[in-house]
Design a protein around this ligand. Structure first.
Ligand code: SAM
Ligand code: SF4
Length: 369
């Protein structure tokens, strides 16, 4: 049975196929970008309601039946790893809300790339619940965590996230700092008149926890569609504020990483800035996304999705036109075909500044940040 969730953007059916050549060939798009990073959203649900991401009420949740099972996630991830994906980043919504999160990590950690090499498992989390789960997750194979922390002030946190949970987040950060998982990164969306007076404090907090602070420009991905280009805090403003406190030295060799890094007073500590709006890094993007309801996306801002559910849930096992007799192999072939089709249709950039830019219908929590 295939459950179709709330209508979201354009969906490209499974027959939008490409010809399969070598299943280990890299996921190369038409602009020469090789894709190595798959962001896997495990749920659209969350323990917080950050204003820049989710509405306070009235969320259109994904239909429960459409949420991928662990088996389905592992099947897609295995095909992706065979095609050269080297990192799985678990996200959401809040990934720690998945009851089977340890099973997800354990099974993803067992996947091997074409040369038998393990795939790195990372997670982006709001930190709530991390204090009691990080050890078991690390044991299961989790290699790295990024934790979101926009403010250190309880009243601001309550206003910004509409939940009184700052202490739980801080406990999660303490636990992550005590674990061996490195590098540990803390992420803050910089917001005017909300937390833009806390940037230096946040960096100091991160350094005290052996973590790297990263500031993110706010993007037009809030479910409430309230983003305002004129009000967003820019990369330049973030750097000006930090430069008043430290000498910032750019770190070369960024590769496909979203964050530009700067050494603080010559290092070794550093700070990162993710300037998706004013200094987009689309030219080096190596990321693909799998939503919790089985849609492949080639960009955060994409309005087109590639629907894996009919392939994953076709009980005949073939799901397409491969014509073979082995159901699993046929399904893998169909997944790969859609994956490659998704990559080939990736645009050169997100075009936020284009007057014709359309904000995707999904909020960030349902895309997977
Ligand atoms: N719930 C987890 C968390 O908050 O870390 C994972 C999912 S969240 C969608 C992933 C990241 O996206 C977080 O660092 C969050 O701050 C960021 N994010 C969400 N909405 C955003 C927006 N409109 N602009 C920029 N970053 C955003
Ligand atoms: Fe939840 Fe993360 Fe979105 Fe905040 S940013 S509402 S923690 S999914």
């Amino acid at each position: 049975m295939t459950a179709i969730p709330v209508a979201i953007g354009v969906r490209v059916p499974a027959d939008a196929a490409t010809v399969l050549a070598d299943r280990h060939a890299p996921l190369l798009d038409t602009f020469g970008r090789v894709h190595r990073d798959l962001r896997i959203s495990l749920t659209d649900r969350c323990s917080l309601r950050c204003t820049y991401c989710m509405p306070e009420q009235g969320n259109e949740w994904l239909a429960r039946q459409s949420i991928l099972t662990v088996d389905e996630i592992v099947q897609v991830a295995s095909v992706a790893a065979a095609a050269g994906i080297t990192t799985f980043r678990l996200t959401g919504g809040e990934p720690l809300l998945r009851r089977d999160i340890v099973d997800v990590v354990t099974r993803l950690a067992a996947i091997r790339g074409p040369a038998g090499d393990p795939v790195e498992i990372a997670m982006t989390t709001n930190g709530i619940g991390l204090a009691r789960t990080i050890d078991v997750l690390a044991h299961a194979g989790l290699a790295r965590v990024n934790i979101s922390l926009d403010t250190l002030r309880a009243d601001r946190f309550r206003e910004l996230t509409r939940r009184d949970r700052l202490d739980d987040v801080l406990a999660g950060i303490d636990a992550a700092a005590a674990s061996g998982l490195r590098p540990l990164k803390l992420n803050a969306v910089a917001m005017r008149d909300v937390n833009d007076d806390e940037l230096v404090e946040l960096v100091e907090f991160a350094r005290a926890h052996d973590a790297q602070m990263r500031f993110i420009e706010q993007m037009p991905l809030d479910a409430g569609h309230t983003w305002d280009r004129q009000r967003m805090v820019t990369r330049q403003e973030i750097l000006d504020t930090l430069a008043a406190r430290w000498t910032l030295t750019p770190v070369p060799g960024r590769g496909g990483a979203p964050a530009e890094r700067f050494l603080l007073d010559g290092g070794p500590d550093s700070v990162g800035v993710i300037a998706s709006v004013t200094a987009p890094f689309c030219g080096n993007c190596d990321r693909l996304r799998l939503t919790a309801d089985g849609q492949l996306r080639n960009c955060l801002f994409s309005t087109t999705e590639f629907d894996l559910l009919p392939i994953l849930r076709d009980n005949a096992g073939g799901g397409g036109d491969t014509g073979g007799t082995d159901g699993i192999a046929d399904r893998d072939g169909d997944i790969e075909r859609l994956l490659r089709g998704c990559v080939l249709r990736k645009l050169p950039g997100h075009a936020i500044d284009d007057p014709a830019f359309l904000q995707p219908a999904r909020g960030m929590n349902a895309i997977g940040g």
